[in-house]
Design a protein around this ligand. Structure first.
Ligand code: SAM
Length: 210
């Protein structure tokens, strides 16, 4: 009996309710509300799923990524998840969006999320904007027009550091639109690639060996 009482006291003492602490990965109510708002307004279902967003956050943090590129930011949903990962890794995200209204929304959402010191939204065509960026990347998230994936890979790969990670979205549900890209990442001599599908849309994750 005494043992059970001690056990219950120990569990209470270490629980979030008892300590008043939130799990360290918990989102603030402000960020949760912004993410919900983006989804509610996302009639074209452009944004990645919440699971894919969480996966991106973990990947960026686990890689310790410092220089992160997003191609296709839409209204900033995935940019917020990338920014949360970058907050942990001490990195910076550049998120490029072609559509002017979406780019403005992305910048506003990222500012409201308190991530504008970590995520910079660039409005423009990523084919033109990427060459203007300085330096190399250690994490890339590609989520633009699917038939362009191979062209984007060819543009960015020379600037992906060894040990860097190249991820691309919709590689399961839209795989027919990006077959040349998928052949490239699976057959590349400097990469190993896996396909994961946290929510059915699918993400390729390619690690640059050398
Ligand atoms: C699927 S949505 C991106 C969703 C976003 N990653 C998210 O999860 O919140 C694709 C976006 O890529 C943008 N896009 C397509 N081609 C582009 C290009 N060449 N340069 C920049 N943005 C582009 C589109 O305007 C669109 O907003």
């Amino acid at each position: 009996m005494r043992f059970v009482a001690v056990l219950i006291a120990a569990l209470l003492f270490t629980s979030d309710a008892a300590t008043g602490q939130r799990p360290s990965g918990a989102l603030t109510p402000q960020i949760e509300s912004i993410l919900r708002g983006i989804k509610a307004a996302d009639k074209g279902q452009l944004a990645v799923s919440e699971e894919d967003g969480r996966f991106l956050r973990v990947l960026v943090a686990a890689r310790g990524a410092k220089s992160i590129l997003e191609i296709g930011a839409a209204s900033g949903y995935s940019g917020i998840w990338l920014g949360l990962g970058a907050r942990e890794s001490g990195g910076r995200v550049v998120a490029i969006e072609y559509d002017p209204a979406r780019a403005a929304e992305a910048a506003a959402n990222i500012r409201k999320a308190g991530l504008d010191d970590v995520v910079r939204v660039v409005h423009g065509d990523a084919f033109k904007e990427i060459p203007k960026l300085q330096g190399t990347f250690d994490f890339v998230f590609l989520d633009a027009w699917k038939p362009d994936y191979k062209k984007f890979f060819d543009l960015v790969f020379p600037r992906l550091m060894p040990g860097g990670v190249f991820t691309a979205h919709n590689v399961v549900n839209k795989k027919k639109d990006m077959e040349p890209f998928l052949r490239m990442v699976h057959g590349h001599s400097s990469l190993f690639t896996t396909i994961v599908s946290p929510s059915g849309e699918g993400m390729s994750v390619s690690y640059r060996i050398k």
